[in-house]
Design a protein around this ligand. Structure first.
Ligand code: NAG
Ligand code: NAG
Length: 422
């Protein structure tokens, strides 16, 4: 048995079979057959990552109903990255679902793409002071968990063994998130959310840059913002008069302007519905597809125009709700089920599934520029085998209310007909 740290007794609930350890070690030594028997690390890398756009847009539609009146902000890239990291640990149908939904290739090619992306962002970051964009990943595993040596080797930058039964586990994860987001995101997980956890897969992303053309704070003044044509709020409205990339796209019922950041490697695109009112927004979102999103943000289809931009100064802190149902609706299901989740690529794990997905995001847009951060955490506990006595009141039953001291029955009744009981 090759536990990362042998000094703790095994968790009784944790049914981790360890019989494959010898075989796993052999596979590890034999390299590169880590993901399958025919891993070929020489395959050419597919650099087209536009699939992430499709994934992000699908998820956006699931998470933010266009008719909702709430603000929304998230990082599809952070969620994509966290689940891609999870993908490397999975096998069978669990892996197949992730591959389809994340729009990635097999695990070998995806790991190469992942490393290439990481290297590209590092290279670009080293070469510029115009902006900061960094992402960081951790795959925390419980010390008692068996990790196949070949995976431990391939993911040595991401894998970290911690003691999930120690109260410090939440602090370890929260500190990682806090540091990697420049302090913008804190308290991502609680000790309660880590109950019975044996894995937590974390991505943190951070962006900060100043505008190429800054808004003059002198021009910022209180102006109306129409949440609906009838409902107006006064907001600090920033003003910019400049030559900008602009487009009017009838196919998405929206006008688009590009606000580049310093150095022009990164830009913010703003989509303003052509029609006023909530109907206009809904129409725009319903017409948005990955293809016409790409078209509307393609510099060749935008024209340099003199534009007067009025944009509210704002700051959002969002904790995204309902990520698991949203991910299930786009085809990722088995990883959330104790009966189906297949993590055999990571190690001989059973009865472990992702049961909690947390996504917190932050953005601040002001006259100078933008700061944005997001953290995704996927928590995988082991199934609880403490038996429950079933007591299902799904047929007529009697109930009574008794005085504890005098043993006097104060009320008594029978529940038999739900149709007259609401
Ligand atoms: C899990 O995935 C592995 C590797 O893809 C496969 O060999 C195994 O049969 C799968 N297990 C289940 C229970 O589906
Ligand atoms: C009455 O209720 C208390 C809790 O409020 C409980 O501890 C006690 O056992 C009960 N007494 C009887 C006679 O059932």
């Amino acid at each position: 048995m090759h536990a990362v740290n042998g000094e703790h007794p095994p968790i009784p609930e944790m049914r981790l079979t360890v019989t494959l350890a010898v075989l796993a070690a052999a596979l590890g030594l034999a390299r590169p057959q880590c993901f399958s028997t025919r891993d070929d690390f020489s395959v050419k890398i597919n650099n087209d990552i536009s699939g992430i756009t499709d994934f992000g847009l699908e998820l956006y539609r699931q998470l933010a109903p266009p008719q909702s009146s709430e603000n929304f902000f998230f990082s599809p890239y952070s969620i994509w990255t966290a689940f891609t990291l999870a993908y490397f640990s999975t096998g069978g149908e669990t892996a197949a679902q992730l591959r389809r939904a994340l729009r990635v290739d097999d695990q070998v090619a995806t790991l190469k793409l992942w490393r290439a992306l990481e290297a590209m962002y590092e290279r670009r970051q080293a070469a510029t002071t115009d902006y900061t964009f960094r992402t960081a990943n951790r795959h925390y595993v419980d010390r008692r968990l068996d990790v196949r040596p070949c995976i431990a080797e391939l993911l040595r930058a991401e894998l970290e063994a911690i003691d999930f039964r120690d109260v410090s586990a939440a602090g370890t994860i929260n500190r990682f998130a806090f540091e990697k987001t420049n302090g913008k995101i804190s308290d991502v997980v609680s000790t309660r959310e880590l109950e019975r956890a044996v894995m937590a897969i974390v991505n943190a992303a951070y962006f900060k840059s100043t505008w190429q053309m800054q808004f003059d704070p002198e021009y910022t003044q209180p102006m109306p913002f129409y949440a609906t044509p009838e409902q107006l709020h006064t907001v600090p409205m920033m003003v910019l008069d400049s030559s900008l990339n602009y487009g009017d796209f009838s196919q998405i019922a929206a006008r688009v302007v590009e606000l580049p950041y310093k150095g022009k490697t990164m830009s913010m695109f703003i989509f303003l519905p052509s029609e006023e009112g909530p109907g206009g927004f809904t129409k725009m979102v319903s017409r948005l597809s990955a293809n016409n999103l790409r078209a509307a943000t393609n510099a060749e289809l935008l024209n340099k125009r003199l534009v007067e931009v009025q944009l509210p100064r704002f700051k959002l802190n969002v904790k995204v709700k309902g990520l698991i149902p949203a991910l299930m609706n786009i085809g990722i299901t088995d990883i959330f089920s104790y009966d189906k989740a297949n993590f055999t690529t990571l190690g001989p794990l059973r009865d472990v599934a992702v049961r909690t997905v947390i996504h917190k995001a932050f953005v601040e847009v002001n006259e100078e520029g933008t700061e944005a951060a997001a953290v995704t955490v996927a928590i995988a506990p082991v199934r609880s085998f403490i038996p429950r006595i079933p007591f299902y009141c799904n047929r007529p039953f009697l109930f009574l209310i008794r005085d504890n001291d005098t043993r006097n029955i104060l009320f008594m009744g029978a529940y038999k007909d739900p149709t007259t009981a609401t």
